[in-house]
Structures are given as C-alpha cells and as structure tokens.
Design a protein around this ligand. Structure first.
Ligand code: XIL
Length: 600
C-alpha cells in the first residue's frame, strides 16, 4: 500500500502543479542551501505589497470582514444593520500568486523585517488555506508571527478552530529583526537576531508539505520584508519552491457542461461562483472550474469589503486572478456585486456624509471597478438584493437601511445602472435578487420597480433569479419550475433577459443517501429544463463548484451539500442530470403526473 508522507506529497504536489498550472513549473534545485523566497518570485501581485529596491514594502489594506447582519426576534425590520457594533474579523492578505515553499522533515525559515512604526507587523505561514466568506474567515493550519512593541508573538491555528494558541517572546527587540523559525520534530523554535526566544508545540502545521506566505501591517504602520529564506536541516529533506507565474489554458472535455451547452442550438452560459484562494492554490478545483463552466461569478472577491477596503484603496489582485483565469480559459465573467447593503466596510457604513458625498463615493466605486474590468467582465450585478423581505408596503418594498437608499432614495438604483453603463457601455447590466422566483408580493414589487426603471430609461438588461433552494425531510420544497416560468415570462415581456444566478439545493440532512441525491438532482434538472425553454434565458449558474467550499459550509466540521460536485470533487447525481438535460438526452421529467419523484 502506498503511504503518503510529506515528501511523497510534495513530490506529487509539485508534479501536479507543474502539469496543471504550467509556467515556471520546475521546483528549484533541491538543496540544503538557503533558498531565497523573495528574489525572482511573485510578490508584485500580493495585496498590500510593493516591490522596492529595499525589499517588499507591506502597507495596511484595512481589509476586514464585517459580521453577519443579524435580526433579533423582537424586531421585524429585516434590513436593519445591526452589525454596527460587532467585532470585525481581520482578513490579512495572502500571496496566492506567489511562491509555494515545499518542505519535508525539519527546516528553518528566516525572515528579516524592518519595522517603521509601533503598529503591529505580521508574517503568516499557511500550511493549509483559510476559507474566506463574507462574514467570517475560517483559518486553516496557520502560523503567524506578530512583531509589536519590541516583542514577538507567535500564534498557531491547528486547522480545527478559529481560536489560536499564542505565546509572546522577548522585549525591546530592535526594529530591524531577523526571525528564524526552526521546525524540529514537533517543536517550533523561535530565534531573533541570533538569540533563542523560546519554543512552541507544532501540531503538524506543515504536514501537507507546502507553505504559502502572507503578511499584514496594522493601520498606520508599514514594514519592509527584506529577506525571506528557507533551509532544510537534513540534505535528504531538501526544501524547494514552486512559482505560479504563468497560466495555461486547460483542455475542455466534450462531455463537460460547457461543451454540452455550446453544442445546443441556442447555447447558454453555464456558470459557477468561484473563490480566488482555491482557484490559485487547489489544482483540482482549478481544473474542474475550467473544464465544466463557461462563465465565472467571483463569489466574494469583488464585494465592497474585499475590493475597496479603504477610501482610496482598491485591492484588485484576487478578482484579477479570477478574471485572468477566466479569459485564459475562454470563459466569460459575471461581476458581482457593485451595489449591495451587505459586505460594506466600516468606512462606508460608519462615516457621516452628505447625500452628495455618498453619491460621489458610489460613482467612484462603480466607475473605478467597471473601468478596471472594461472589456474583460462581460456583465455585472449592478444592484444586488434591493428588496425587503417583509413590510413590503413601505419604501415601495425597497431596503432602506443602507447608505445608498438613504442618500438617494429609490434613485440610487437608476444612478448605479447609469454609472455602470457609462463606465462600460458594452457590459450587460443585471439586478440580482432572491425570493422572486415564484409569483407573490416580492415579485410584484420587483415588477413594479422594473416598470418604473424602464419608464425612466435606466440601462438595465436583465434579472438574476438567485434560486437558493431547499429540501426538507427528503422532499424538494424549493421553487416550482412552472411558477418560476411564469415570472420569467413576465420579465421577458418587459424586454429583459433572465438568468439563474446562484442555484444550490440544500439537502438539510445530516446523512446523505442515494435517494436524497436523486431528489436534489431532479430539483436542478427540472429547473434547468424549464429555463432552457425561455428564449430570454442568458445563463444558468450554480453558487459554488464543490461542496468542499460552498456557502453552505459553516464551520470546521461540516461541509455543504448543495452543489454539483461533492467534497472530493466527484460529480454528484445532480451533475449527471444537468449534463443530460444539456445534452437533451434526459427523460422528460423526474416526476410523474401527480408530481411524485420517479426514482431511477
Ligand atoms: C454568499 C457567499 O457565498 C458566502 O461566502 C458569504 O459568506 C455570504 O454571501 N446572495 C448573494 C451572494 O448575492 O453574494 C451571497 O453569497 C449568497 C446570497
């Protein structure tokens, strides 16, 4: 039996990465000599960093994740932003375009920092990657060293909790400091400028055999990373490095969803929401995305708090990675989301401004982002989720507790579409919403809004139906395709396109059975079958690629289950059904005339 130790893994990883990523694919010659991880490696695409003659200058990005909007039981106002006083999660940038260090056995990392302020300066060493959402960041196996007030604090996350174990070492440490971290068996030994500071237990942080780097400067501070090297302790356990400086196009199989759709008489785009971290660091995820889908929606990386974290700071790198990957692989990009009431950084929600200033802020935001991606991003969710869930009789059913509505009333929607259109006249512009799939009060509110927008000549091209669906007790309890069809037809009559923008079907079950997977599959395929009959359908997109990283994954112990590929990247029954619908070979319906599911 083949047992994978870290050396085998690193070899396989290097090999796979070479095959899949291309470019500088050869690991540097392995040796016990000190391996330079800065010179010749990609630090220019690292968020918050600039390459200078003195080293890598790390500046604060202010990137933080706002907590989820929670609505206490005693209020029935669902769009009140109650997160205002809750704590932010810091979201330090990761050099996902940069070098990956391959390690085996024992080794030493050396970093020289020149610190220019009393603010905290951190380096991060990722043994596994965090999963980053809109409202939290689930840290993987990570070591952080924080240099502050003349002390050095090492913190260790073991990959099963968001809590870290930390220890503070030293005092009066100088502002130019060389830190060495030596892994010796199950200990990590910390040395500063040649003096041993102490040690901590290593819970196997780097047992995967790879390390990705990150850094963070606290607000008001900067530092220079002057040196970063690695050295193995034993000639038999050499360290090596992999770079990701070139992207290759993947071959697309004829059976894939995108190929099946392309062969149809009226092809539609087959989309998926994608996150930059797995796209750049997980070769299996990356090849799946390119093989199966013809359109990408960045799941979170273009949201306000990620792409525009401070007033004059735009951090495009992660979104650029996604867009470049898509273009290399002949995929379209659906941008998401220019204007939303969620994922807003504190500088937007907590500053008092005049209406004119808010209007200017929104204009700058839209024009800068759409302008940056002009000709590259084919379409945009210009306004996301503008409608309330309840109390629809006030403010025309529009959410009002957000800076955009407060500054401009309903006309923020007109303004946002006009600004986006001015920035890229060729981009298709969408309004994206949930809970509008079936006829009802929320759809009526949307319909009335669209009529007003169209009467005012607002440049809107289509509506995204999010389609986050559910199962309960083994039954599909989501939107009924027939009812969705009537809404899609009413949108068509307004001269607008429709797209299914974020489909997933939550099993809401602890144990997955063949039956559940089949019911789920029918939910997807019946919806797609209906959608393909609509002449105004532009695309069908799922909200994620694999259950391993999906928005239904809430904590360390549970993965999601709502998508087409399972946690091991294998196609689920839902995939096969969707594929059959696209190839037009599927049987007519998953249900008999009474609406009962017919099992295969
Ligand atoms: C979700 C993301 O998938 C999660 O990672 C995040 O934690 C919350 O937001 N409607 C939208 C998407 O328009 O932006 C949301 O995405 C899902 C609901």
């Amino acid at each position: 039996m083949l047992r994978l130790n870290s050396r085998t893994f690193c070899f396989i990883f290097t090999f796979l990465f070479s095959l899949l990523i291309g470019g500088h694919t050869e690991a540097d010659n392995a040796s016990t000599a000190s391996l330079d991880l800065l010179t010749g490696h990609d630090w220019q695409h690292f968020t918050g960093a600039s390459v200078t003659p003195n080293g890598i200058l790390i500046q604060p990005t202010g990137r933080a994740i706002v907590p989820q909007i929670s609505v206490p039981a005693e209020t029935n106002d669902p769009d009140r932003d109650l997160n205002a006083n809750h704590l932010l999660t810091t979201n330090p940038p990761i050099n996902i375009d940069g070098p990956i260090l391959c390690v085996q056995g024992d080794f030493t990392l050396n970093a020289t920092l020149e610190v220019n302020s009393t603010q905290g300066c951190s380096l991060y060493f990722y043994g596994t990657m965090p999963v980053i959402y809109d409202e939290w960041r689930q840290e993987g196996k990570t070591l952080r060293i924080l240099f502050k007030d003349g002390t050095l604090t090492a913190a260790i996350w073991n990959g099963t909790s968001s809590d870290s174990v930390s220890q503070t070492f030293g005092h009066d440490l100088p502002t130019r400091i060389t830190v060495s971290i030596t892994k010796l068996g199950d200990q990590l030994i910390f040395v500063a400028n040649g003096n041993q500071l102490g040690e901590m237990h290593d819970p196997g942080l780097f047992s995967n055999g790879q390390i990705v780097f990150g850094a963070n400067a606290e607000p008001g501070g900067t530092f220079i990373l002057k040196q970063l090297t690695a050295q193995s302790s034993d000639p038999a356990d050499a360290v090596s490095v992999i770079d990701r400086d070139a992207l290759v196009a993947y071959s697309v199989s004829a059976m894939s969803l995108r190929s099946q759709s392309a062969r149809r008489e009226y092809p539609i785009e087959i989309g998926a929401a994608v996150a930059a971290i797995p796209l750049m660091t997980d070769p299996q995820y990356r090849s799946l995305v390119a093989r199966e889908f013809s359109m990408i929606t960045p799941e979170n990386d273009m949201k306000f708090q990620f792409i525009h974290p401070l007033p004059n700071v735009y951090t495009f790198n992660e979104a650029d990675d996604i867009v470049n990957f898509a273009l290399e692989n002949h995929m379209k990009v659906h941008g998401h989301a220019l204007v939303w009431h969620e994922a807003l950084p504190r500088w937007v929600t907590d500053t008092s401004r005049s209406s004119a200033e808010t209007k200017q802020l929104l204009s700058d935001h839209i024009r800068t982002i759409v302008g940056h991606y002009q000709g590259k991003v084919a379409e945009w969710d210009v306004v996301n989720e503008p409608l309330k869930d309840i109390n629809l009789s006030t403010t025309y059913g529009l959410r009002s507790e957000n800076p955009w509505y407060q500054a401009m009333g309903e006309f923020y929607i007109d303004f946002a579409f006009r600004e986006a259109h001015a920035a890229d006249p060729n981009a298709q512009l969408y309004l994206n919403e949930y809970g509008i799939e079936e006829p009802g009060e929320k759809f009526d509110i949307l319909y009335a809004l669209l009529k007003r927008l169209l009467a005012r000549g607002v440049p809107i091209n289509g509506i995204g139906f999010q389609m986050h669906e559910d199962m309960q007790n083994g039954q599909y309890v989501g939107s009924e395709p027939k009812l969705v069809e009537s809404n899609m037809q009413r949108i068509a009559a307004l001269g607008l396109k429709v797209r299914i923008s974020e489909m997933d079907i939550n099993l809401n079950a602890d144990h997955v059975s063949k039956h559940l997977l089949y019911v789920q599959a029918c939910g997807f395929s019946d919806m797609l079958k209906m959608a393909l009959r609509q002449p105004n359908l532009a695309s069908f997109a799922v909200w994620g690629v694999t259950d391993r990283y999906c928005s239904l994954t809430f904590d360390y112990s549970t993965f999601g289950n709502g998508l087409l590929f399972d946690v091991n990247y294998h196609p689920k029954t839902a995939y096969t059904q969707v594929q059959q619908v696209l190839s037009q070979n599927s049987r007519l319906s998953c249900k008999d005339q009474d609406g009962t599911i017919i099992l295969p």
